[in-house]
Design a binder for this molecule. Sequence first.
Ligand code: N01
Length: 498
Amino acid sequence: MTARRSPRIVVIGAGIAGITTAHVLQEAGFTDFTVYEKGDDVGGVWHWNHYPGLTCDVPSQLYQFGFAPKPDWPKIWASGPEIQRYHRDVVERLGLSDRIRLNAEVVSSVFDDATGRWTVTLADGETVDADFVVCATGVLHNPSIPDIPGLHSFAGPVVHTARWDDDVRTSGQRIAVIGTGSTGVQVVSALQPEARELLHFTRTPQWILWAPMSLPQLPFADTVLAASPRLHHALYRGLLWGSGILADIVRKDTWRRRAVQAYARLSLRAQVRDSDLRADLTPDYQPLCKRQVVSGTYYRAITAGNADLVTESITEVRPEGIVTADGRLHEVDVIILATGFRAHDYMRPMTVVGRGGLTIDEAWRDGPRAYRMTAIPGFPNLFTVLGPNSPTGSISLQYTAEKTARYLAQWFDLFRNGEVDRIEVTEEATAEFNAQVAAASETTVWKTGGCDSWYLTESGAVDLWPFDRATLSRMLARPDRSHFRLGADEPLGDSAAL
Ligand code: N01
């Protein structure tokens, strides 16, 4: 057995997944790790996204790290800036700041077959050698810019919500918002009151659950929770348990699913009286099929005198505005693209080259796939946290990130103890896991609900977690050695066959 050694670990990304990984590694006594973050702040999607009205539609007492509970959220559903402040506080409080290098974009990670180590290259040309690479690069990172003819010819500002420009003036302007997901709905609600005119271009309407999103946290809740960490922990566990109902609802066609779907239909019927507008706002697929939108203000905003819903499809953009299929030119001053993300472009645009020169683009030619969200055949000693099939639609992401990071820490510990060198998941175990995912996805509303969404890959596979939380915890409880090839002496095989 080899002597105890200290693995050098590179973590890429300082969002929820990266912060969690750093905390878990620190707690597990790993001393040689650095988190590289291309942005100038931590927080990931909560750093990059700062459009007006940004709110989290998951209650804050659940949307937080289990290891860093915050008693004093001002509201039940926190705003983007509040969540971002929380991320900064956590990093500081847990002593992780020195572990994180900001403005440090990783452009490539290349595995060396001979040494079994990774060479990680930063945008400024610096290179770092590592025993392990952990990609905590996020899901909703790369903005999707629609390919609309003439978009670049528009005379005014065009801004994507995920790269909001604080200098763009919206007050008193004629605003076009394209996109009807959670973001489009939030940004329309936020900008309508001050706009001269707001046009919401809707290609596919969404079901929108009504919820009182600006409710404050209960009076004295912060004092009580701060005074009793045990009670706070119990509340967190209770919410985690309660959120299991959501996983159940999306996975199984039961009365619970039908009750939520009925509530979505009621939310529309009760708030939009005009039957023509209601028809335009009514989706032709089942509620919960796409990522469910939640809002207490959208229907009020879109029925306001200065707002209009445009359902004709967009044909082109001209310098003065947007032209729709009926030939009409909608003159506007600002175009806001709430058109979502390239959600399956994990790790991109980074170059990742694994064993035998296999690139991640080659490995994922038919779409992203991993073993239990974290390991990829052909890429030894590289893992993802919140990678493919992460439960963005059903289970707490913070919980999942922590489970995954603790799972990885066990592998790193085996390496530290000299018990393993190269850790590479087998193609068979990955195929088996993905077959389980495909089978379990068949009954999910994401698959049966009759819609298209960013939850589905181009091949129609569901890129989410179609199991419950207990399954997630079980699959990540401890490394299953039989699913991996371990050690430098293992035959390398033919990566082309992967
Ligand atoms: O993006 P989306 P999002 N012409 O992909 C439309 C999370 N989130 O940024 O449905 C016209 O959902 C597209 O139309 P269609 C959450 O997980 C969370 O809103 O493809 N329209 C759709 O309407 C969410 O799911 C919070 O027909 C075009 C919209 O753009 C995820 O982020 C808050 C178009 C894209 O919707 C992404 O949400 C905000 C085109 N060429 C976001 N191209 C929380 O509260 C696209 N569209 C936690």
